[in-house]
Design a binder for this molecule. Structure first.
Ligand code: UDP
Ligand code: MG
Length: 135
């Protein structure tokens, strides 16, 4: 069974949307095989988003991701990576397909409520980042 990594970001945790988002995850037939909650340090947020380090929004993204508690979920389903990206929707909530989590819950292009690993390789790295040895 394929695995992927999901984050419920600070904007959604702060607005008490964790239950609603987890409910959608389960309705869409994902198994939640691990879950943890934490507040990222600035350094950990920088490391997690290092692929974006040269983007103009990097510092602001890191500050936002370290601004409050997040939930980290290890999800399992056939085709989990693709299925979770489809459910979470476009980066910009105003462009996200109707019914996707970002369309329903996202505030703006940064505070978009959820994160999905973008490929199988990234999923493995991100799972290791949050659930690997030493965590
Ligand atoms: N982001 C941002 N400003 C932008 C684009 C993205 O703050 O103009 C944030 C947003 O939270 C997004 C994350 O950076 O989810 C990672 O960006 P990416 O382009 O990888 O979008 P995603 O894969 O999350 O849809
Ligand atoms: Mg991405």
């Amino acid at each position: 069974m394929e695995q992927t990594l999901a984050l419920i970001k600070p904007d959604a945790v702060q607005r008490r949307l964790v239950g609603a988002i987890i409910s959608e995850i389960e309705k869409n037939d994902f198994q939640i095989v691990a879950i943890r909650t934490l507040k990222l340090s600035i350094d950990a947020a920088k490391q997690f988003y290092q692929a974006h380090r040269s983007k103009p929004f990097f510092d602001s993204l890191v500050g936002y991701m370290a601004s409050g508690r997040i939930f980290v979920l290890l999800l399992e389903k056939d085709d989990a990576v693709e299925a979770w990206r489809k459910l979470h929707g476009h980066t910009d909530p105003t462009q996200a397909e109707i019914g996707t989590l970002r369309q329903r819950f996202g505030i703006d292009v940064q505070q978009n409520s959820v994160h999905a690993a973008d490929s199988l390789a990234t999923a493995l790295d991100e799972i290791n980042f949050f659930f690997g040895e030493g965590q």
